[in-house]
Design a protein around this ligand. Structure first.
Ligand code: ZN
Length: 171
């Protein structure tokens, strides 16, 4: 069960216990993610399994994180509902443990207990599109451009038509 994003967890200890954290919490409380959102609506579902691999003794966390967020389309500035989905798979390391794995990425060095919300938010932020936009056929701004296109092209004079005429009179 999840009691709140501000719950402090020790991933190393959770892995040693083989604990599973699952539940749904409101988006509120994820400050960095909310800064990108149009409002505070939305929730985040988490299902994370912490475990220790008996073959090599390495601790890890894996599972899934799903969230519905309302972003702002950067083309029409309208609202845009996006589903964020992450399937994190992180090796959990103590300070100084297996530094080769840290450089390879996908490893989290745990120096002290961390906030559950930070762990989940870090993973979700990776899934937020750099420039959120509606699909082209669903974006009001894009439709406007598409509607105006044939008219504009028809009325736009060909800048080379004058040259064409000059060429013809030269002959
Ligand atoms: Zn749009």
């Amino acid at each position: 069960m999840l009691s709140g994003w501000s719950t402090t967890i020790d991933p190393i200890q959770l892995a040693d216990k083989g604990a599973r954290l699952a539940g749904t919490l409101p988006l509120k409380g994820m400050r960095r993610l909310m800064e990108m959102c149009a409002d505070e609506q939305g929730s985040v579902s988490v299902d994370l399994q912490f475990e220790r691999d008996p073959s090599n003794g390495l601790r890890a966390v894996h599972g899934r994180i799903d969230a519905h967020v309302e972003l702002v389309c950067q083309r029409c500035m309208g609202r845009l509902t996006i589903e964020l989905h992450s399937e994190p798979r992180l090796t959990l390391l103590r300070c100084g443990e297996r530094e080769d794995l840290v450089e390879a990425g996908d490893a989290l060095v745990i120096e002290q207990p961390i906030m559950l919300g930070d762990l989940v938010e870090d993973e979700l932020l990776l899934e937020v599109p750099m420039v959120p936009m509606h699909a082209p056929d669903q974006c009001p701004a894009q439709r406007l451009i598409a509607d105006n296109k044939p008219e504009k092209e028809a009325t736009r004079a060909n800048p080379f038509s004058i040259l064409e005429k000059l060429k013809q009179t030269d002959r």
